[in-house]
Design a protein around this ligand. Structure first.
Ligand code: AMP
Length: 152
């Protein structure tokens, strides 16, 4: 699995091309589409993908989803969690040290999700390739539901 957020966290301070974008991510803003697409292209180019791949956190915008050079998406899985549950969970995760989990940043991330990423889910919904998973359930049940969704 390739997590685009993890790419930013791992390589946002290593002197490479992603350095300047880490502070945007820490404020809850999205990193520019071209930056994400380029980073993902590089990672997938050097990863064994003959059996497919799972992308976590991509695409976050319609532009990412529609970019002709972007990775092919057969199935999109949306984890459905009400905003209030997101707030509670991220407040708990904050203790684990994610700097983008402070309350103001969480609010910004929710806004950005609703304005930029929800339309992506709508797009896959219209295409018939969206699978929705009730992610308020315990982690092992959610994992199973995701695997089911991917196995279709
Ligand atoms: P995540 O770990 O998926 O929650 O991502 C953490 C942060 O990294 C996000 O809030 C964004 O700032 C950035 N990020 C991750 N994936 C993307 C993406 N596909 N497009 C733009 N920014 C992203």
């Amino acid at each position: 699995m390739v997590s685009t957020g993890q790419l930013i966290r791992d390589h946002g301070a290593d002197g490479g091309a992603l350095d300047q974008w880490r502070s945007l991510a820490e404020r809850g803003e999205l990193v520019p589409d071209t930056v994400i697409l380029t980073a993902l292209h590089e990672v997938l180019g050097s990863t064994e993908t003959s059996r497919g791949y799972v992308l976590d956190g991509f695409p976050r915008t319609v532009a990412q989803a529609e970019d002709p050079s972007g990775p092919h998406v057969d199935v999109a899985v949306r984890l459905d969690v009400p905003d209030e549950v997101v707030r509670e969970r991220l407040a708990g995760r904050r203790a684990a040290g994610r700097t983008d989990d402070d309350p103001e940043t969480v609010e910004r991330r929710l806004q950005v999700y609703h304005s930029e990423t929800e339309p992506v889910a709508d797009m896959y919904g219209k295409k018939g390739t969206l699978r929705s998973v009730d992610a308020t359930r315990p982690p092992d049940e959610v994992t199973e539901a995701i695997l089911d969704a991917l196995g279709d």
